[in-house]
Design a protein around this ligand. Sequence first.
Ligand code: FAD
Ligand code: NDP
Length: 513
Amino acid sequence: MSLFKLLRISGPSRFSARSAAYVGKAKYDYDLVVLGGGSAGLACAKEAVDSGARVLCFDYVKPTPAGTRWGLGGTCVNVGCIPKKLMHQASLLGEAVHEAVAYGWNVNDQNIKPDWKKLVKSVQNHIKSVNWVTRVDLRDKKVEYVNSMGAFVDPHTIEYSVKGGGPKQQVTSEYIVVAVGGRPRYPPILGATEFGITSDDIFSYEEEPGRTLVVGAGYVGLECACFLKGLGYDPTVMVRSIVLRGFDRQMSDLLEAMMSERGVHFLHTTIPSSVERQGDGRLLVKYRNTTTEQEDSDIFDTVLWAIGRKGLIEDLNLPAAGVQTKNDKIVVDGTEATNVPHIFAVGDIIHGRPELTPVAILSGRLLARRLFAGSKQLMDYADVATTVFTPLEYSCVGMSEEMAIQTHGQDNIEVFHGYYKPTEFFIPQKSVRQCYLKAVAEITGDQKILGLHYIGPVAGEVIQGFAAALKSGLTVKTLLNTVGIHPTTAEEFTRLSITKRSGRDPTPSSCCS
Ligand code: FAD
Ligand code: NDP
């Protein structure tokens, strides 16, 4: 039998190997059933098994309206962080080729273009390898896996279908963790699902996207528009209200300016009304400006909805378990417990928490440790760092300037800021107009830092370490007493000497001032 066949478990065996201390209640088939094999569910399941729990994990992906489907591992691996980062990198490499010429490389054909189909294939091959490793990892760790939707029959019983049909099966469990994540929303307008695609489709899209309308100006909208632009396509972002609502305004405006400078178009205060397929196959999109009430239309090759994500609660039959929901998310307390004490939820499906992979992973892992290894440690959702992967990336941790003003009062905060010029930008004469950073701090004492914001190269790599410092109580005094690493862009944080209040010009005069 092939290794692949061995891994294809069609139903759960009742005889999991038990390696460590946890002793469950014999009356249940399992100590833990996890619904959802994404970042949160897999982290929780693997950690629980390490503590000796008998664990079964369900994962099933419904195809998108365009027919896209994928394997085990959830959003991040298949249609989220990982393919997005690879496409982002592909687009940055295009920029690098042009910069290389200024650095003396003989690149003969400067009009080189990426091969979309080849890129998609490479990205998909990588994803398949991750799917495979994930399955092997589950098998090695002795987490039982069923490739099926799970739904509640009662608070301790989950029902599922087996491959090839037949009557539905049921399993019981002492604890149940819901980690079903979310999927992109489609607007309720004519042609939306028929002709539009989402981030669930774009990373495996066989056609070149061409002239693309990206509807939505959150993380997904901006990131997709940017990698499409970098790969040589022509994206337009349709913005309903403002770009990156919820983020620091000044930084969001700078990011939008950076995108415009690179040729991404924006349609402001605009919402779509319909999408129709024309005779030539292209898409006619009608839309309305909500400020002017003017109606207009344009033609695109691709329409990509990036209008947020809805939690996948509808197939769970939650009423059978009595679990409380809000909008399409599950309500939990500080221990990730729902209103039903033995049912928990982690990851994107939780109401009111950041939808980020590291959050999903850590909360899943900590929950398993509390359930099966006697831990008391709770997930800390405060000060989670994040990055928007645009060509100049934006990364931040802690409060926006607006939030700091709101919580502390304008007179009680100090904002240190500065534009800077990355050394490597000089030779290719890259625009430095949006290379900017700021620290939002308390005004008194050593000036505890409340938020750090950075737009520039490799923002995620820069902010990650500062995030640990901020969580440890970083002050402006400590930051400015930290010796920088020269010449880096991260060192700019150690040179932040100008406050907004001073009114001094935050523009640097040279590379080493
Ligand atoms: P998921 O990963 O969505 O996993 C849930 C799984 O459960 C899915 O496989 C689903 O099909 C399955 N399922 C659903 N219902 C059932 C059921 N009833 N029974 C069985 N299985 C079920 N985060 C970052 O930190 N950094 C990034 O750069 C980043 N980029 C992103 C880019 C995009 C385009 C998107 C869409 C998201 C991105 N995210 C990023 C967010 C990140 O992907 C999510 O926060 C993370 O994947 C959430 O993990 P989860 O386990 O909660 O849910
Ligand atoms: P967001 O909620 O971040 O953004 C949704 C966008 O769509 C907003 O601009 C919103 O406008 C707009 N919108 C909503 N409804 C409509 C509508 N009916 N018509 C037109 N526009 C509409 O969702 P995303 O899908 O971008 O991202 C989901 C989550 O995934 C993020 O919150 C993030 O946590 C995670 N993610 C993380 C990434 C990262 O870490 N780099 C990358 C990608 C995703 P308005 O402001 O007016 O509501």
